[in-house]
Design a protein around this ligand. Structure first.
Ligand code: NAD
Length: 479
């Protein structure tokens, strides 16, 4: 065990040193990484054709090889992602990588449907698309590559990845690592491909490439809109702003612990992480007390105002003639603080806290920008409302119709049902941290591509397939 840890520390140091010198930390040979998008897509097409010729059993072995190498290198990938992107928390990224490796479904997810009767036998089988163009975010770089890589190959496809440029080296290294494992397990080379210099221009060229059959975008609203406007079959996994509602029947101490844990997971980077709390007034103070006892640091209204100036950018837009208000204020996020720790953010307003502080807690009104914007920082506003109905109504409003993720802490089944129906999110977590919704401490498989806008939900291999019907008349039926 100690030897293994020493080895990991040594490789991590080497990889990070290479990255700091501006080099892509290289696995020997190109292993799926090309100079041009044309070269990469052509190689992926060839790999797809070779994969099609292999039996399903072999495909599952290849998935197993990806799982093992991703699991074994979870620490290095986490270290690289934090170092390169400057975002997130190493220990949580290790958990995310390992969960993606172990709990992303494989070929067993591809279920054939059959009808048999007087006319014979009809099958609907799930077949691959071909080459998938997949866009990955900087917030979850390696876990999305692992999860998409396993799911898309299990479905029989090859992939061209367009990773976020701010996690370029980490993503390239991960693609090489997974490809190496695939080749060593007897798979074709270049099942997963990318280019040495990913950029938005590359993502756009990929969307138009005639040999890319399907697109999958995991990211913010801009990229989801771009793939949905491409004219190709596309899956869009977009932004969230998950509210956590707490009513008067909740186990408050547990709710507080769960919310702090979910909100601070990877410094709030996950799209599913609690972004605001809406609490019934009668229990709000006790809930906040428990949060403070369990890793939250409560700031004053003055400090909240200082954080607004630090963490947000403000734009005043002129309103059209005839509007009552002359200007409209819109907010953006100061990207320098996305995925930074509570200590780091607090230090910028002169507050020093220990390592065990994971969340910055503040009280806010319903229309506060910290409530309305997807910060992706461990800053958690708490809004007090008069009762559970007001809480549900506000939660629906601040979720902005993303239909992504919501959390509720309540012991009342009617309240839970009411909120689930009203908010209608892809993931609804009851009495647990948000990450239970992607299989971390909750039942069910894992994904890091949650497709609310296009409706696939928590994507899995079957999301990356085409349904084909095969009909045989007057045969193969013994009914
Ligand atoms: P981002 O939208 O800035 O970037 C995502 C990817 O899209 C990157 O690879 C980027 O290069 C590319 N991109 C961005 N704009 C583009 C455009 N106009 N045309 C082509 N490509 C474009 O997002 P990010 O900061 O990397 O990730 C955070 C966002 O992603 C958050 O909004 C978060 O909620 C969302 N997200 C959603 C899911 C999900 O499963 N629904 C998972 C992770 C992240």
């Amino acid at each position: 065990m100690i030897q293994e840890q020493e080895l990991i520390a040594k490789i991590t140091a080497q990889v990070i040193a290479q990255m700091q010198q501006g080099q892509a930390a290289a696995v020997p040979e190109h292993y799926g990484v090309f100079d041009s998008i044309d070269g990469a897509v052509a190689a992926a097409r060839k790999a797809y054709q070779s994969l099609r010729a292999l039996p399903l059993e072999k495909r599952e072995q290849l998935v197993g090889a990806m799982r093992k190498t991703a699991y074994d290198h979870a620490e290095i990938m986490a270290e690289m992602a934090v170092t390169e992107s400057g975002m997130g928390r190493y220990s949580d990224k290790v958990i995310k990588n390992r969960t993606a490796a172990l709990k992303t479904p494989g070929t067993e997810d591809l279920k054939t449907r059959a009808w048999s009767g007087d006319c014979g036998l009809t099958l609907v089988e799930m077949g691959p698309y071909g080459v998938i163009g997949a866009i990955t975010p900087t917030t979850n770089p390696t876990e999305t590559l692992i999860c998409n890589g396993i799911g898309m190959i299990a479905a029989g496809n090859a992939v061209f990845f367009s990773p976020h440029p701010t996690a370029k080296n980490t993503s390239i290294w991960t693609i090489q690592l997974l490809n190496k494992a695939l080749v060593e397990a007897g798979g074709p080379p270049n099942l997963l491909t990318t280019v040495y210099n990913p950029s938005i221009a590359v993502a756009n060229a990929m969307m138009k490439h005639p040999d890319v059959n399907m697109l999958v975008a995991t990211g913010g609203p801009g990229v989801v809109k771009a793939v949905l406007s491409s004219g190709k079959k596309a899956i869009g996994a977009g932004a969230g702003n998950p509210p956590a509602v707490v009513d008067e029947t909740a186990d408050l101490e547990k709710a507080a612990k769960d919310i702090v844990a979910g909100c601070s997971f990877d410094n709030n980077l996950p799209c599913i992480a609690e972004k605001e709390v809406i609490a019934v007034g009668s229990i709000a103070d006790r809930l906040m007390d428990y949060m403070v006892r369990n890793g939250a640091y409560k700031i004053t209204p003055q400090q909240t105002a200082e954080l607004v100036n630090l963490l947000l950018t403000v734009k005043e837009e002129k309103m059209a003639e005839g509007c009552t208000a002359k200007t409209k204020r819109t907010y953006g996020i100061n990207k320098d603080y996305v995925g930074k720790s509570a200590q780091c953010i607090l230090s910028k307003i002169g507050v020093t806290v220990k390592d065990d502080i994971r969340v910055i807690l503040c009280e806010a009104e319903a229309d506060h920008p910290f409530v309305l914007e997807e910060l992706m920082m461990p800053v958690l506003p708490v809004v007090q409302v008069k009762d559970v109905d007001a809480a549900i109504e506000l939660a629906v409003r601040v979720e902005h119709g993303n239909r992504h993720t919501a959390v509720m802490h309540s012991k009342n089944v009617d309240h839970l049902t009411r909120m689930a129906r009203a908010i209608d999110t892809t993931i609804f977590v009851k009495n647990a941290p948000s990450y239970a919704g992607i299989g971390v401490g909750g039942e069910g498989y894992c994904t890091f591509t949650i497709a609310g806008p296009t409706g696939e939900g928590l994507t899995s291999p079957r999301s990356f397939t085409r349904a084909r019907r095969c009909v045989l008349v007057d045969g193969f039926s013994i009914v």
